[in-house]
Write a protein that binds this ligand. Structure first.
Ligand SMILES: NC(=O)c1ccc[n+]([C@@H]2O[C@H](COP(=O)([O-])OP(=O)(O)OC[C@H]3O[C@@H](n4cnc5c(N)ncnc54)[C@H](O)[C@@H]3O)[C@@H](O)[C@H]2O)c1
Length: 249
C-alpha cells in the first residue's frame, strides 16, 4: 500500500501496545514521518523484536516495558520519557472471549483493567507531560466496531471499547479548551498476527461480510491515526472514526 506522506518532525508520540500488530505499524509510520516515538508495551519479547526491526530509527525511538493496567508501572514509564508529548495513541488491548454464560469475573476484570482502566491510567499520568505550549495536542483512542453493535462472546471487550468511546467524548469536551483534540478510531476486522492465526475459512467469512470484500491492513488504521494527529485535523474532536471497510452501515 502507498502510504500518505506525513511530516511529524518536531513531534513526539507515545503509542501504548506499540510493539506489535496495529500499534507497531502506527509506531513505524510515525518514525518514518520523522516523529520521536515512545513505545509502551507489556511484552519484553515484542519490545526487543520491535527495537531490532526499527533499528534504523534508533535515535528517534524510546521503548519502555509497562503494564498500562498498573498505576505504579505507568508512573514509572512516564518518568522515563525523554520528550514532552504531542500525540498519545491509546492502543494497548487484550481479549478474553467467552459467551456471557461462561465468562468468569477474572475474564471481565482482566479486559476492563487493560482496555478501559489502562486508558484512564495512561492518559491521566501523561496529561502533564504534554508539550504545554502546543495548540495541537492529540489523544487518539483505539476502540472497535464491536463497541457500536455488540459481539457474541465479547461482553467484557465490548463494554470496555464502548467505555473508550464515552471517555473520548468526555475528554474532547473537557480538554478542548486546553489545546487538545480527542478522537477514537473503531477498527473493523484487521489483518494482524492474531487474525492470521485463524483458519482460512473463518477469515474468508469475515472478509465476505465487509462491503469492500477484504480485511483491513494495519496501515489502514495507522493512516487514520496519523491524519487525526496532524495540525490540519484541528477541528476534528470527540468523534469516532470507523475504519472498517463499511462493515457497520
Ligand atoms: N486486530 C483487530 O482486528 C482489531 C479490531 C478492532 C480493534 N482492535 C484494537 O486495536 C488494538 C491493537 O490490537 P492488535 O490486533 O494490534 O493486538 P496485538 O495483540 O497484536 O497488540 C497489542 C499490544 O498491546 C500490548 N499489551 C497488552 N496488554 C498490555 C498491557 N497491560 N500494558 C501494555 N501493553 C499491553 C501487547 O503486548 C501487544 O504488543 C487493541 O486495542 C485492539 O482491541 C483490533
Amino acid at each position: 500500500m502507498q502510504n500518505i506522506k506525513f511530516d511529524f518532525q518536531n513531534k513526539s508520540v507515545v503509542v501504548t501496545g506499540g510493539a506489535s500488530g496495529i500499534g507497531f505499524r502506527i509506531s513505524s509510520l510515525f518514525l518514518a514521518a520523522g516523529a520521536k516515538v515512545s513505545i509502551w508495551d507489556y511484552s519484553e519479547d515484542a519490545l526487543n523484536k520491535a527495537k531490532t526491526e526499527l533499528g534504523q530509527f534508533a535515535s528517534q525511538l524510546h521503548t519502555v516495558a509497562v503494564d498500562v493496567s498498573n498505576r505504579a508501572s505507568v508512573t514509572q514509564a512516564a518518568a522515563s520519557l525523554p520528550w514532552a508529548v504531542d500525540v498519545l495513541v491509546n492502543n494497548a488491548g487484550i481479549t478474553r472471549d467467552k459467551s456471557f454464560a461462561k465468562m468468569t469475573p477474572e475474564d471481565w476484570d482482566a479486559v476492563i483493567s487493560v482496555n478501559l482502566t489502562g486508558l484512564f491510567n495512561v492518559t491521566k499520568t501523561l496529561l502533564e507531560k504534554f508539550n504545554p505550549s502546543s495548540p495541537n495536542k492529540r489523544i487518539i483512542n483505539i476502540s472497535s466496531v464491536v463497541a457500536l453493535y455488540g459481539n457474541f462472546g465479547q461482553t467484557n471487550y465490548v463494554a470496555a471499547k464502548a467505555g473508550v468511546i464515552g471517555m473520548t467524548k468526555t475528554w474532547g469536551r473537557e480538554l478542548g479548551r486546553k489545546g487538545f483534540t480527542v478522537n477514537a478510531i473503531a477498527p473493523g476486522f484487521i489483518r494482524t498476527p492474531m487474525t492470521e492465526a485463524m483458519p482460512k475459512e473463518v477469515l474468508e467469512q469475515m472478509a465476505a461480510k465487509v462491503p469492500l470484500a477484504r480485511l483491513g491492513e494495519t496501515e489502514d488504521i495507522a493512516n487514520a491515526v496519523m491524519f487525526l494527529s496532524t495540525d490540519q485535523a484541528s477541528y476534528v474532536n470527540s468523534t469516532v472514526l470507523s475504519v472498517d471497510g463499511g462493515l457497520v452501515v
